[in-house]
Each structure stands twice: as C-alpha cells, then as structure tokens.
Write a protein that binds this ligand. Structure first.
Ligand code: PLP
Length: 395
C-alpha cells in the first residue's frame, strides 16, 4: 500500500487534464502570437481556456492573466498594488503572519524599498478577525493581502467580510487562493476580491502554471519583460498545453466542489477522530472553517522529520508544515503564529487527502501513525520525564 496524503504540496494530475494537454501538444503546436492559421488555432485554445478560468471565478475573461504558477501571481499582484499605491503616496500594506512565503518574502522585499507592512495576528485556530483588518486600515494603506485558505493548517478566512471592508474603505484586496481554487466556491464579485492568485497543480492540474485575476482598474507591473503576451502584462510564449490542462482541471474541480467536499470531509473527520486518540496530540487549525482535505496535528515529544521518514517507510506520504520550509530546521511560522511553542511545533504532521483516498487508507494511516508515534516516544531520552510532568509540557 502506498498512500499519497500530501495534496497541499501538489496533486496528481487528472487524466482529463493530461488528455487535454496531450491533445494540444499533438495538434495545436502553433504560437498564439502568430498570424497564420496554425497560430490562430493556438490563440483560440488560449482564449477558450481564459474564458473557462474566468467562469470558475465569476470573473471577466479580460481580467485573467496566465502566469508560471501561484508564486509568480502572488509576486505580481502584490508588487503591482504596492507600486500603484506608491504613486498616490500610499505605502502601507496589511497582511497576516500565516501567509505563504511567496507573499511574505515579497512583502519583505517591499519593506526594504520603503513600504510599511502590518502583519495581523490570527486567533488560536488560525483565523483573522475582520475587525482587525478594519482597524489596521489607514489613509495610506495601498493593499490588503490575505490568503483564502491556509496551506498548512487549512483554515479558511472570512474573505467576503474582509472584501466588503476593503471595498468600503477603497483599499485594493488581494487573496492568495492557491489552496482554495477548485476546492471552495469562489466568486470575485460577491466577495469583493480585486486580485486573486491560483495555481494549476493544487487542483489536479499541471505544475508550473497559474493565474492572476486582476481588475481592470489596477495597472499591473511586469515581472517578466519582453513580448506583448497577456495584453503586455506577462511576456513569454504562453505555456499552452499547461494552460489548457489547468483550465480543464479547474472546470472539473469547480463543477464537483460540493460532491468532493462531502467525500473528503467524511474521510478527514474520521482521520481527525482517530489521531485525537493518540495521547498528547493536538489538532491545529479550526474544526469547521477548514479545507475539506486538511488534517494537521502536533504530537508532543516527537521530531517531525523522523516521523515523516518512518511514515514514508510504511508507505505514507505526508508532510510536516509546508514543503517550502522542509530542509530547514525552523519550525513552521504558521504553527508559531497560532501559539504552539517551538518544541511542539517541531512535532507537526500535515496530512492532506483528496477524494481518491479510501476509508481503508485512513484506517491504515491512523494505525501506523499511532505505532510510529509510540515507537519514537519509546526511544526518546526525555519522553518519560515529559509524561511524568518532570519537564514542562503543554499538551
Ligand atoms: C503552493 C502554494 C503557492 C505557490 O504556488 P506555486 O504554483 O507552487 O508557485 C502559493 N500559495 C499557497 C497558499 C500555496 O499553497
């Protein structure tokens, strides 16, 4: 048995997306910028994909820009809104402590260029209070950027409420919806979203392709200079097979959101109930306002990396925190932000399932995780003292 439970890192490309891509590679090889028939056929496929993506978000197709992924879309959105604000002397940006590094590192860069960044706290379940956003908005606020759903602990933010506040205050609102697109219902107009990022490979589409939605009144700054592709806002010959595959995957996922969520929530809740039975374990994130496929636990006295390696040997592909931070020994900034102490944040395990997982797999994971946690605690030099309370512990 090999169980893939790391869908927040990436998903398996769907067969329908692969078929759509292969068809483009075989039959639609033209450059969409060419004026001849072969090129125009490619242009048609490109524009069809743009309309399809727009429909999934409730957007206008003229507001859809194809990028190389979620990271590029986040960079371009934030830099564009910042530069637009700076023209009117607005150099303040509001975000949260639990954003993806594509957002946080872009904000760091802007801080070095003289922008001021307010990173809001979240509550212990990882949710931002809309009133905190409202209080933080100033005369010189250029942008609010808050993720739709968190990639580590799965919490879903009150996006519509934040969007409403931003609209009332006349501040641009960007959301990194990479974990939400294809998993939750998104409507950029109803939720008053001005800019949104998504990525193909988080909803069973291909990797290396994404979307930036940006309203027409926001002038985009080019991250990649060159030709006039994407209405002059993103140079480079379009990755047509990936764009078409992404659009197919997004349409399929969007049509099936409710049905998929029902299946995943059943699996997820069973997994949560099983892991909660392990002593000194704690669920991270909100129980209700949570991505259907996300499970994230801390196990006291455990080192996350050892847990992952032993689980991999048992045929379970999981993650501790986010893939982007693995390789470093720093505990997750998200777990620290929800108040987990360093020692406990180190013992985190993220399992992100999809509708292809089965109850049998969930039961196997519960059993094996309990075994591995018990084994690791058994060989830990400090676990006895921790359990007896001779060393301070929290959970
Ligand atoms: C995966 C992810 C990204 C990055 O997307 P890429 O397409 O891999 O660049 C950004 N934000 C969130 C929340 C993500 O989960």
């Amino acid at each position: 048995m090999y169980i893939y439970a790391d869908n927040a890192a990436t998903t398996k490309t769907s067969q329908a997306a692969i078929d759509a891509m292969v068809d483009i590679m075989n039959n639609v090889y033209g450059n969409p910028s060419s004026l001849h028939t072969v090129g125009q056929k490619a242009k048609e496929a490109l524009e069809k994909a743009r309309v399809e993506v727009a429909q999934c978000l409730g957007a206008d197709f003229k507001e859809i820009y194809f990028t190389s992924g979620g990271s590029e879309a986040d960079n371009q959105a934030i830099i564009s809104a910042a530069k637009f604000g700076a023209r009117k002397n607005k150099k303040h940006i509001i975000s949260t402590k639990i954003e993806h590094h594509a957002v946080l590192h872009t904000l760091n860069k802007l801080e070095k260029e003289g922008f001021e960044v307010t990173l809001l706290d979240i509550d212990e379940s990882g949710i931002v209070k809309p009133e905190d956003v409202e209080k933080a908005i100033r005369e010189d606020t250029a942008l609010v950027t808050i993720m739709y759903a968190n990639n580590e602990i799965g919490t879903i933010q009150p996006i519509a409420e934040i969007g409403k506040i931003c609209k009332e205050k006349g501040v641009i609102f960007h959301t990194d919806a990479v974990q939400a697109a294809g998993h939750l219902h998104i409507d950029v107009n109803k939720e008053n979203i001005d800019m949104l990022s998504l990525s193909g490979h988080k909803f069973h589409g291909p990797k290396g392709v994404g979307v930036l939605f940006a309203r027409k009144n926001i002038p985009l700054v080019n991250i990649i200079e060159g030709g006039a592709q994407e209405r002059g806002r993103r140079a480079g010959t379009e990755n047509l097979p990936a764009i078409v595959g992404m659009a197919k995957a997004l349409m399929d996922a969007t049509k099936a959101i409710d049905e998929t969520a029902e299946i995943e929530i059943k699996l997820r809740n069973h997994l949560i109930e099983g892991l909660e039975k392990i002593s000194h374990s704690i669920l991270n994130g909100d129980r209700e306002k949570r991505l259907p496929g996300n499970v994230n636990f801390c196990f006291e006295g455990i080192e996350g990396e050892s847990l992952l390696l032993l689980l991999d040997a048992k045929g379970i592909a999981a993650s501790s925190g986010s893939a982007c931070t693995s390789g470093s020994l720093d505990p997750s900034h998200v777990l620290l932000a929800i108040g987990r102490p360093h020692e406990i944040a180190h013992g985190s395990l993220r399992l992100t399932i999809c509708r292809d997982n089965t109850m049998e797999e969930i039961d196997y994971m519960i059993k094996e995780i309990a075994n591995v946690v018990e084994y690791l605690r058994g060989i830990s030099p400090v676990w006895d003292e921790l359990e007896k309370g001779e060393i301070k512990h929290i959970i």
